[in-house]
Design a protein around this ligand. Structure first.
Ligand code: C2E
Ligand code: MG
Ligand code: MG
Length: 756
């Protein structure tokens, strides 16, 4: 009930009741017919009773009023305290700006926000403004002016930075209400303030995180605990093809490719349960159906109670990486020219084949195919043609071989074949023959018809075979055997071959020992002028005086010396001895006009031969004109341009030059024409058939004519019969060498011979 209304009503009731009592009680008393005295006493009692009654009534009303007032005050006090506590708990403070006096009242909580005491904070609006961040001051004042110029009942809500006692600025959010006086003029602005620095920072971090989330190249997918997708980022859409709208609420299993079994997913979930994280490679399916690999990290997010609330999956599409890995792998294992497997892959396959042979008791074969004289094709026709030929050889072989056979290019002109199902030597032979006949047909490379042949080494393996290195060593020995027993053929690896290889190793160290311990000898073979059949020179030929084996001919150790690199030392040794011998012969007055010394093709290709020869000539004091160097035809033709330059330099030294074993190599007449040599030594293989073999006669005649037309002397090697001498004389040959005139012999014996 309204308090003022009830006051009026009560007063009215009182006036009515009291007035009626005064009016009616006196009339009642008069009607009783009492004496004046009695009437006066009753009047007194009635008056006292009235005063007592109204007094009690007044007391009751006042008492009730005071009681209610106390209750109301207490309630007000309580609610104020509750408000203060709530503000304090929220870390908030209150403020009250009196607009007229520009004074501010703050709660203790407000001062605490800035780390100040109430006294430090003061109550001047001006001082308070000085605590505002300079950049926010203007905006604050503008907002205040706006509010005051158009007062509104809308709540006041502004955010600004204020300087804390520690010097930092805190973000403060002030909310309040404008209060107006009775005439509607703004009187005060009052409200609360809270420190929202943390919230602002959190918001900033969230904004940054959101930017990362949106911009990252990794796909991100967030699901709730029930695995319903709740969020994804643009990269997810780019990788999978699904937009965020399409997949929200669905399960990530819609991306499954079907490549993983239930056990895979089971272990993934197990890891998430136990460790809260899983990472690994997963094959998923894009919206367009394409299956692709991704590298995925999944993390379980737990809430305050430790329950899993979300899962976050971050993944990157690694299909490009896989592709380049595959390409790299391919490059590492294939020969770029022929696209065939290379040595590395071939070795791996042989290794697997050996394991399988052991496991399943199977037999197989490894074949090593080496093209004969391929070097000459490279040298004479250029590497381009050489490369194209190799490519075609690879293609032709691949077409002929059955699919189970690995064909590899092991490098240079060497191809490898691995047949895992080759049960006998016969079937390996069949394969070798197939390869040889396949190469027999001429190749057509850039309009050139080329004929090639191959030498093939074969090694069989079975469950007892040792490691891959051994098998490859065996097949290498077999190839060596095939090559040394005349090219274009095949040879099997046998125990003897190993023996032979071992002997070769021993021979090299024995040869080194021979050099160091003076076991080498120089023999001299007469070189004859055919016309008068007089000795005009001698060829120095090396021998090895072996302590056990006796005199070893050069054919048995020169090839090994060439392979092992010892040839340089041997040739230098022979050259020096021959030069010294020639100086001695000169001093003794022999009619020898020159000494001929052989130079290995190895030495020749190294290119510093001229320096070495010059040094030895200087050391021995031999006139260069008395020295003839013999180089083989193939040494010259292996690298014709370098040979030409070297021969030129040797000639400048003043030494004579001869091409040895002429007719066995692959001389190009165009090049021969430019070679600064003095002599051709026709190989003994052509002389052997003289005078009956018509082919040999024709060749001999042609070589003599060729030599003469180039202005060169021609010597025939290996003359053993008088009729050979006759024919050669008739053909116009200049010089001769052979057992017929004298065998190679020690220097002293040769002198006897010449003087004879
Ligand atoms: P070559 O330079 O062609 O030497 C001629 C070879 O033919 C010599 O063999 C010689 O003994 C042999 N011979 C000469 N006349 C006849 C004959 O009437 N009938 C037969 N059947 N053979 C005859 P040798 O001394 O065994 O030398 C073989 C090869 O070893 C030489 O062939 C040469 O290429 C090489 N050689 C020899 N000494 C040296 C050397 O000091 N350094 C180098 N790098 N190679 C050498
Ligand atoms: Mg010779
Ligand atoms: Mg010769």
């Amino acid at each position: 009930m309204n308090l003022s209304q009830s006051a009026w009503r009560l007063t009215l009731i009182y006036l009515l009741a009291a007035g009626s009592w005064v009016l009616f009680s006196d009339a009642m008393l008069a009607s009783l017919g009492l004496s004046i005295e009695q009437l006066e006493r009753l009047q007194l009692a009635k008056g006292l009773g009235f005063v007592l009654l109204t007094g009690m009534l007044l007391y009751g009303i006042l008492h009730t009023y005071q009681y209610q007032q106390r209750l109301a005050n207490r309630a007000l006090h309580n609610s104020e305290r509750r408000l203060q506590r709530a503000l304090q708990a929220a870390g908030d403070g209150t403020w009250d700006l009196h607009l007229g006096s520009e004074t501010l009242q703050f709660s203790a909580g407000y001062a605490e926000l800035l780390g100040l005491s109430l006294a430090e904070l003061g109550n001047s609006h001006k001082h308070w403004l000085s605590l505002l961040h300079p950049e926010d001051r203007e905006l604050y004042q503008y907002n205040l002016r706006q509010l005051l110029s158009a007062p509104t009942a809308q709540p006041y809500d502004v955010t600004y930075r204020m300087r804390h006692k520690d010097g930092s600025y805190r973000w403060i959010q002030a909310r309040g209400q404008l209060l107006v006086d009775d005439s509607g003029h703004p009187e005060r602005l009052t409200g609360t303030a809270s420190d929202i620095t943390q919230r602002r920072n959190d918001e900033d971090s969230l904004r940054q995180a959101a930017a990362v989330f949106d911009a990252t190249q990794e796909g991100v997918l967030v699901t709730d605990a029930q695995q319903r997708i709740v969020h994804s980022n643009p990269a997810f859409s780019r990788i999978t093809g699904y937009s965020q709208e399409e997949i929200i609420g669905l399960q990530p299993s819609l991306l499954k490719s079907g490549r993983h079994d239930a056990a895979f997913y089971h272990s993934m979930w197990q890891a998430l349960e136990n460790r809260g994280a899983w990472s690994g490679e997963v094959w998923n399916r894009r919206k367009n159906g394409e299956v692709y690999p991704q590298w995925q990290n999944i993390r379980a997010i737990r809430d305050d109670k430790g329950e899993i609330s979300h899962f976050v999956a971050v993944f990157s599409d690694i299909s490009a990486l896989k592709r380049s890995q595959r390409e790299l792998d391919y490059l590492a294992h294939h020969d770029p020219l022929s696209n065939l497997p290379n040595r590395l892959l071939f070795t791996e396959r042989v290794e697997h084949a050996l394991e399988r042979a052991k496991r399943d008791d199977r037999r197989g074969a490894v074949l090593l195919v080496d093209l004969d004289h391929f070097k000459h094709i490279n040298e004479s026709l250029g590497h381009n043609i050489g490369d194209l030929l190799l490519k075609e050889v690879g293609e032709r072989l691949a077409l002929q071989l059955s699919p189970g056979i690995t064909l590899a290019r092991l490098g240079g002109d060497e191809f490898g074949l691995l047949c895992e199902d080759c049960t006998s030597a016969e079937s390996a032979t069949g394969m070798a023959q197939l390869v040889m006949s396949c190469l027999k047909q001429p190749f057509n490379v850039m309009g050139q018809e080329l004929f090639i042949s191959a030498s093939i080494g074969i090694s069989l393996f079975d469950c007892d075979s040792q490691d891959v290195a051994q098998v490859l060593r065996n097949v290498d020995s077999a190839l060596f055997k095939a090559k040394s027993s005349g090219r274009e053929g095949y040879a099997f690896y046998t125990e003897e071959l190993t023996q032979y290889a071992r002997q070769r190793v021993e021979l090299v160290s024995a040869l080194r020992h021979a050099l160091e311990h003076d076991e080498l000898r120089v023999y001299y073979q007469p070189l004859i002028c055919l016309k008068d059949q007089r000795m005009i020179g001698a060829e120095a030929l090396v021998r090895w005086q072996h302590p056990q084996r006796g005199l070893v001919p050069p054919g048995e150790f020169i090839p090994i010396a060439e392979e092992s690199g010892l040839i340089g030392a041997i040739d230098a040794w022979v050259l020096e001895h021959a030069c010294r011998q020639m100086v001695a012969w000169q001093a003794a007055g022999t009619p020898l006009r020159f000494v001929a010394v052989n130079v290995s093709s190895r030495m020749f290709s190294r290119g510093e031969l001229d320096l070495r020869v010059a040094r030895i000539l200087a050391e021995t004091g031999l006139d260069p004109a008395l020295l003839e160097l013999e180089v083989t035809e193939s040494a010259v033709m292996d690298n014709p341009d370098a040979a030409l330059a070297l021969l030129g330099r040797l000639r400048e030294l003043g030494v004579r030059l001869a091409i040895d074993d002429f007719g066995t190599g692959y001389s190009s007449l165009a090049r021969l024409k430019r070679m600064p040599v003095h002599k051709l030594k026709l190989d003994q293989s052509f002389v052997r058939g003289l005078p009956h073999d018509q082919n040999d006669v024709a060749i001999t005649r042609a070589v003599i004519a060729l030599g003469h037309s180039l202005g060169l002397k021609v010597l025939a090697e290996g003359i053993e019969q008088a009729e050979q001498v006759e024919l050669l004389l008739a053909l116009g040959c200049d010089h001769a060498q052979g057992y017929y005139f004298g065998r190679p012999q020690p220097a002293g014996e040769l002198l006897n011979l010449s003087s004879a």
